[in-house]
Design a protein around this ligand. Structure first.
Ligand code: SF4
Length: 389
């Protein structure tokens, strides 16, 4: 515990290890609007206490498996229509080829991303699946994950809401999986709100998938999208909703905080980017609520300032690819891993490459996957420097 005495009684309590409530978090947020320095300081102390001077990332290849999607989110530029040039439908051979290339680049993670059950909306998706020998996207992802493992990569699949059975099948090859909560607010699914036409983003549905993963013992990456019209209280409730799942099942391996950036070809193109000070407050508050958990921001979405987030609570940069673009945010390229490492060093941190599953969640992972991981794993459970550099 720090000896530092802050003016805020509540933040002193946080440093003493006392739990905070939604109401406390709201008060801290409100007070810190005028002067966030104590909030940031508290987040920094907690970050350093729980994560020492280590910052992690995952060296990945982004497999844009299929970007047709049953749903429509007003901020999304990832989703394609069949006639658009950005349409991606990777066939088996494309998956094998990219896996082989990713291995040459010494990527660790194969990130498999799809739209939400495209076969429910598009004939093209049904035909594409049939041509590849599958009847659902989830079935195809099992195959893709096997290809990744066979080629020395570790799959992390981010396919939207799956059934419990589908997740169980994927957990045989995926050391972890991903599903953004985005927000726990039902209001954001009302008329003229970003999730109006996205039934899969109903908070209840999303939380149920995270809980199913908890029951199955699958380490999950989840997170929230910041700046899409939510209130401060809704942000705080969303963080607490994630905390509740983790308190129950212990399976939330990391929380991504993604700052909204408007995309030209979307209904929210005129909506402003998330304000950086607001975003920093959200990051620091998340550290205070989820004190020992892994908290990530994507560095490419704050290209000029991402290193400054190290002093407000984050301990992970997420996936960075030396090979493939960020198809979800195509206008933002990944930073060079070497530059990220140098920046971390200047700020007093050491960059380590992690597997798609964090070391503290290894006990959740299938023994055959663990065996493969151990071939390139260092003593602390990260990827050996000699391998990824
Ligand atoms: S964010 Fe996901 S669910 Fe929403 S439209 Fe885009 S691909 Fe579909």
């Amino acid at each position: 515990m720090s000896n530092l005495v802050l003016n805020s009684e509540m933040l002193n309590h946080v440093l003493e290890g006392k739990k905070i409530t939604v109401e406390d978090a709201n008060e801290i947020f409100c007070v810190s609007k005028h002067d966030p320095s104590e909030l940031f300081k508290t987040a920094q102390i907690l970050r350093n206490k729980h994560k020492k001077n280590i910052v992690t990332f995952s060296k990945k290849a982004f497999f844009n498996v299929v970007n047709l999607c049953r749903d429509v989110c007003s901020y999304c530029t990832y989703k394609a229509e069949p006639e658009e040039s950005k349409l991606s439908m990777m066939n088996k051979e494309d998956v094998i080829q990219l896996a082989k290339t990713a291995k040459k680049y010494r990527c660790i993670e194969a990130l498999f991303v799809t739209g939400e059950r495209p076969e429910q909306r598009y004939d093209d998706a049904r035909k594409w699946l049939k041509n590849n020998g599958f009847s659902s996207t989830a079935e195809y992802l099992v195959y893709c994950s096997e290809v990744a493992l066979e080629n020395g990569l570790f799959p992390h699949t981010n396919p939207g809401n799956l059934t419990k059975e589908e997740m169980k099948e994927l957990s045989k090859t995926n050391p972890s999986m991903g599903l953004m909560l985005e927000s726990s607010s039902d209001r954001l699914a009302e008329k003229n709100m970003p999730h109006q036409f996205a039934p899969s983003k109903k908070p209840k549905e999303r939380l149920r998938v995270l809980e199913n993963a908890g029951e199955l013992g699958i380490p999950m990456t989840t997170g929230i999208l910041v700046g899409i019209g939510e209130t401060e209280n809704e942000i705080i409730e969303s963080i607490f909703a994630i905390k509740q799942v983790h308190d129950r099942f212990g399976n939330i391996q990391e929380v991504i905080l993604q700052n909204f950036q408007p995309k030209q070809d979307t209904p929210m193109s005129d909506f402003p980017s998330a304000d950086e000070n607001y975003f920093k407050q959200v990051v620091a508050l998340t550290r205070i609520i989820l004190s020992d958990m892994n908290i990530q921001i994507p560095p490419n979405l704050s290209p000029n300032s991402y290193q400054s987030f190290l002093s407000v609570g984050i301990n992970d940069w997420g996936g960075i690819s030396p090979l493939t673009p960020d198809y979800v945010n195509p206008e933002f390229s990944w930073p060079m891993i070497q530059n990220v490492e140098e920046g971390c060093k200047e700020a007093g941190f050491e960059l380590k490459c992690r597997f798609p599953v964090y070391p503290e969640f290894f006990s959740f992972v299938d023994s055959k996957i663990r065996e493969k991981m151990s071939e390139i794993q260092d003593k602390e459970g990260f990827v050996e420097k000699e391998y990824w550099k």
